[in-house]
Design a protein around this ligand. Structure first.
Ligand code: PMP
Length: 448
């Protein structure tokens, strides 16, 4: 069967460009020189005028199984024809239950209750609300304090923004949620520069939680939320022992531990979840992105049996948790999730990522002598390459490198002075070589 034609327009009409307000984008400069993607398959995008672009970011950390998987497209199309939509309040549909039980098979042991959302942001807010509901149901309604971490990213809705630790995202949106504190971030290049895998130093950073307990009292603290590996703020793998220490402290003080695995889930760090890779099981785990291979939006929260039972059994008869979305467990998303989980199982993508990890690590660290590179960190199929700021302030250097890479057929992601790479897990050696050589040339050319 012939593939569908690639849309042939070379660019959008001026009217099209005027109508759209793009998220997280410098709209004015983008529209002067739009970067457009028209088709995707495997490791590649193609621009509308047919230029091949190697995807070193899995879209936005999400197309883990590679682009254009026909199994997923077929499942979505089949479902669209048979059950376009079913309300998730008071009504169910079989795919929703199947998707939950398939997902529970791959989530860490004990996290077997699945609540569906539509995005990572919604998953974060859902997990925070479940944590509050849990303590209330246990008769500890005073536990309302939520603790995030500096440089953490938990989406852009008010809950996730409040516990998130990226200043630029928070500023200008008012006081945000009250009763929120932040642990320090774990990044310490003076001790961990050019770390390979988990940095050796910094587990004691978790002890800051003891200070917050001393300050506020454990009986006021509901939950700690962290990304096991901070992604959006620049790829910060957790120091060896850090997550375990956080788990122990949470246990000691009756505080729930939430892992935001929106990026780290679905094979990205060389295991189904970071919880599995680093042997620390949280009480609640949020996900999105790779769950449907990004073919349609979907997020989820996996909760421990204890949390589910406490909230559901201790609630007065009726509705136990006043929370949910019109599109929670949307049939098309459930179909896509099941097809995606089939691919992960059949192709053992997490193990494949793990097997590529060493070659990936060696390749990205070969960039360490390029101009202005001040740090490189990696784990699983992720890497962060940090460039020298100027006078302590971010430069436009990384953005220019991104543009140069795009012109040379490579998609990378940049935030401030950090380049983040997270290719599809089906990557092969030739792709790794091409990523490193195109990016290396762009970094060198930028300095010239
Ligand atoms: N949490 C983490 C760790 C993320 O990386 C992201 C998105 N990059 C989100 C939450 C938010 O996800 P979404 O954009 O789907 O709302």
């Amino acid at each position: 069967m012939d593939a569908d034609p690639i849309p042939t327009f070379a660019g959008a009409s001026p009217n099209d460009l005027d109508a759209l307000w793009m998220p997280f984008t410098a709209n004015r400069s983008f529209k002067q020189a739009p970067r457009m993607l028209g088709r995707a398959e495997g490791m590649f995008y193609w621009t509308p005028d047919g230029r091949e672009v190697l995807d070193a970011t899995s879209g936005l950390w999400c197309v883990n199984a590679g682009h254009g998987r026909p199994e997923i497209a077929d499942a979505i199309a089949r479902t669209a024809r048979t059950l376009d939509y079913a309300p998730p309040f008071q009504m169910g549909h079989p795919l929703m239950f199947q998707a939950a039980s398939r997902l529970a098979e791959v989530t860490p042991p004990g996290l077997d209750r699945i609540f569906f959302t539509n995005s990572g942001s919604e998953s974060a807010d859902t997990a925070l609300k479940i944590a509050l509901a849990y303590h209330r149901a246990r008769g500890e309604a005073g536990r309302i304090r939520l603790i995030g971490r500096e440089r953490g990213y938990h989406g852009i809705n008010f809950g996730g923004l409040s516990v998130g630790g990226i200043g630029a995202n928070r500023r200008g949106f008012g006081p945000l949620l009250g009763n929120v504190d932040h642990l320090p971030h774990t990044h310490d290049p003076s001790r961990n520069g050019f770390s390979r895998g988990l940095p050796a130093h910094g587990a004691e950073g978790a002890d800051a939680l003891e200070h917050l307990v001393a300050l506020h009292g454990a009986d006021t603290i509901a939950a700690v939320i962290v990304e096991p590996m901070a992604g959006s703020a620049g790829v910060l793998p957790p120091p060896v022992g850090y997550l375990k220490r956080l788990r122990e402290l949470c246990d000691r003080h009756g505080i729930l531990l939430i892992f935001d695995e929106v990026i780290t889930g679905f094979g990205r760090v060389g295991a189904a979840f970071a919880a599995e890779r680093w042997g620390v099981v949280p009480d609640l785990l949020t996900m999105a992105k790779g769950l449907t291979n990004a073919a349609v939006p979907m997020g989820a929260v996996a909760a421990s049996e204890t949390i589910y039972r406490t909230v559901v059994e201790n609630a007065p008869p009726g509705i136990e948790l006043f929370h949910g979305y019109t599109y929670s467990g949307h049939p098309l998303a459930c179909a896509a999730a099941i097809a995606t989980l089939d691919i992960h199982r059949d192709e053992n993508l997490a193990a494949r990522a793990r097997a590529s990890e060493r070659a990936w690590e060696d390749a990205v660290h070969s960039l360490r002598d390029r101009p202005n590179v001040i740090d490189i960190r990696n784990v699983g199929l992720v890497a962060g390459i940090e460039l020298r700021p100027r006078d302590g302030k971010p430069t436009e250097r990384a953005a220019r490198i991104m543009q140069r890479c795009f012109d040379d057929g490579l998609l990378i992601r940049t935030t401030a002075d950090i380049i983040a790479l997270s290719p599809p897990l089906v990557i092969e050696t030739a792709h790794i070589d091409r990523i490193v050589s195109t990016l290396g040339d762009a970094i060198t050319a930028e300095a010239a």
